[in-house]
Design a protein around this ligand. Structure first.
Ligand SMILES: Cc1ncc(C[n+]2csc(CCOP(=O)(O)OP(=O)(O)O)c2C)c(N)n1
Ligand code: SF4
Ligand SMILES: [Mg+2]
Length: 244
C-alpha cells in the first residue's frame, strides 16, 4: 500500500524507534498543506531532540538557543508578519530553562505559536528530571523516582497559564489514532489563530520517549494512556474569540 506522506515531510530521520517526533511532523505537514501555508512556515526549534528535524524538514528552520525558541520565533514574526512562526520545543526547554521566556511571551500575549513536545524528561541529554517528570518517575537524576520533597511537583501549563489573556492553550496526545486526530484539531486551530495574528498560542503534546523511559514503543504509548494523561489531562483550556 502506498503511504501518502505530505510533500513537505521527507522520509529519512534519526529518531529512536517509537519516538513520536515523526507523528508530530506529519501533523504539521498535513496542516500546512491544508492551510496552504507550507511555503510560509518558519520553524524555530530547540537544541534538544527536536533539533534533529533540521536534517530532514523542508521548512525554513532556525535552531534557537536551548529554551529560547519562543522569543526567537516572536522576533521572526515581528519582521516576517506574512509568515507563520512556530516555536518547536520540548518540556525541558519550555518549562525549565525557558520557563521565564514562556511566561513572558504569555504575559505579553506575543504573536507567536508554541508547540511543546512533553515527554516528561530531558531526553536529548540522557533522561534527566524535567519540570514535567511525574512523581515516582525514575530518571537519571531521580534514580529512586521523583519525590515532591526533593524535586517538587510536576508543572502543569494549564494551571500556570490558565487565567492568562492568551489566544489558545491546549494539550493533546499521540497514544492512539483517535488521540492523534484530536491533537491535529487542536494544532490546526492554533495555526489558524496564529495565521490571523490572534496572539499567543501554545499546544502541548504528550509524547513518548521509549529510550529514556526504558520501555518498548508499545508500552510507552500504554504508559501515556494509563499514567501520563491522568496527570496531564488532554483538552482545550483557552480558546479566545477572534481578533477584537
Ligand atoms: C544553555 C544550555 N543549557 C543546557 C543545555 C543542554 N541541553 C540540551 S538539550 C537539553 C534537554 C532538553 O530537554 P527537552 O527540552 O525536554 O527536549 P527533549 O530532548 O526531551 O525533546 C539540555 C539540558 C544546552 N544545550 N544549553
Ligand atoms: S531520546 Fe526520546 S525523544 Fe529523543 S529521539 Fe529518542 S525517543 Fe525521541
Ligand atoms: Mg523532553
Amino acid at each position: 500500500m502506498k503511504c501518502s506522506v505530505p510533500a513537505s515531510v521527507k522520509y529519512d530521520h534519526t529518531f529512536c524507534q517509537g519516538c513520536a517526533q515523526g507523528i508530530v511532523n506529519r501533523l504539521i505537514g498535513e496542516i500546512m498543506e491544508e492551510l496552504g501555508t507550507t511555503e510560509k512556515l518558519i520553524v524555530t526549534t530547540d537544541v534538544a531532540c527536536g533539533a534533529m528535524n533540521v536534517d530532514f524538514w523542508d521548512f525554513d528552520t532556525i535552531v534557537g538557543a536551548h529554551g529560547r525558541p519562543i522569543p526567537t520565533a516572536t522576533g521572526v514574526r515581528k519582521v516576517r508578519k506574512d509568515c507563520l512562526s512556530l516555536a518547536h520545543l520540548g518540556d525541558g526547554a519550555a518549562y525549565n530553562i525557558g520557563m521565564a521566556e514562556t511566561m513572558h511571551a504569555a504575559i505579553r500575549d506575543d504573536d507567536v505559536m508554541a508547540l511543546v513536545l512533553n515527554n516528561c524528561v530531558f531526553a536529548m541529554t540522557g533522561g534527566q528530571t524535567s519540570a514535567t517528570t511525574m512523581l515516582g518517575q525514575r530518571t537519571t537524576t531521580s534514580v529512586k523516582g521523583r519525590k515532591k520533597s526533593v524535586e517538587g511537583s510536576p508543572f502543569h501549563v494549564e494551571k500556570a497559564l490558565g487565567d492568562m489573556d492568551i489566544a489558545y492553550l491546549a494539550r493533546g496526545s499521540v497514544d492512539s489514532v483517535a488521540a492523534i486526530r484530536k491533537t491535529k484539531k487542536y494544532l490546526k486551530k492554533a495555526f489558524e489563530k496564529h495565521k490571523n495574528h490572534e496572539g499567543f498560542c501554545l499546544v502541548e503534546i504528550l509524547t513518548p520517549c521509549p529510550t529514556n523511559w526504558g520501555l518498548s514503543p508499545v508500552d510507552s504509548m500504554k504508559r501515556i494512556r494509563e499514567q501520563v494523561i491522568p496527570e496531564f489531562p488532554v483538552g482545550e483550556f483557552i480558546d479566545r474569540g477572534g481578533n477584537e
